[in-house]
Write a protein that binds this ligand. Structure first.
Ligand code: 5GP
Length: 166
């Protein structure tokens, strides 16, 4: 295991994202975290936002160990009424794009005023569907990463940095 994105770079990036997003949502927003991987990034991110913020979560399953199955199941839906609200989905990483395409389609049916996605990490080389996140922390090459919420078979989520696992 090797440190790939150190703690201080993460702190700087989260602050930068929160400043940008706070200035674009001065009237407030609903932040929906994708469980489980987004929980660490989301906790750091929302505490840096300066606009009013409402918190919710969604949970889907698709990943088994290192390989995605391509099939998405909704395990937990959000409970806030999203109709007419500005909604931002917060995710740990976008890889094939399948998960977030599914989530965006699902949430769009709830009639929000706006619906955007913020991903901490993006691996554009791996895309299988056409999906572009609105905000990205770091664009990374095709490597399997863990830490800062991201797991490998439920291990490593609590690492305070991003590491590669080869
Ligand atoms: P997608 O549907 O975009 O292929 O996959 C999104 C999900 O796959 C992420 O939420 C994450 O759980 C998992 N994933 C994709 N790449 C990685 C990676 O490099 N490391 C870890 N730990 N999970 C990944």
């Amino acid at each position: 295991m090797k440190v790939f994105i150190p703690r201080n770079d993460i702190k700087r990036k989260v602050k930068e994202l929160a400043e940008k997003i706070s200035s674009e949502y001065e009237n407030g927003l609903v932040v929906i975290g994708v469980l489980k991987g987004a929980f660490v990034f989301m906790a750091d991110f929302v505490r840096q936002l300066t606009c009013p913020v409402y918190i919710d979560f969604i949970k889907v399953s698709s990943y088994k160990g290192k390989e995605t199955t391509g099939e998405i199941n909704l395990e937990l839906s959000c409970s806030i009424d999203l109709k007419g609200k500005d909604v931002l989905v917060v995710e740990d990483i976008v890889d094939t794009g399948i998960t977030l395409s599914f989530i965006k389609e699902f949430l769009a049916e709830k009639d929000p005023k706006s619906l955007k996605v913020c991903c901490f990490l993006d691996k554009p080389e791996r895309r299988k569907v056409d999906f572009i996140p609105d905000y990205v922390g770091f664009t990374i090459p095709n490597r399997f990463v863990v830490g800062y919420g991201l797991d490998c078979s439920e291990e490593y989520r609590s690492l305070p940095y991003i590491a590669t696992l080869d």
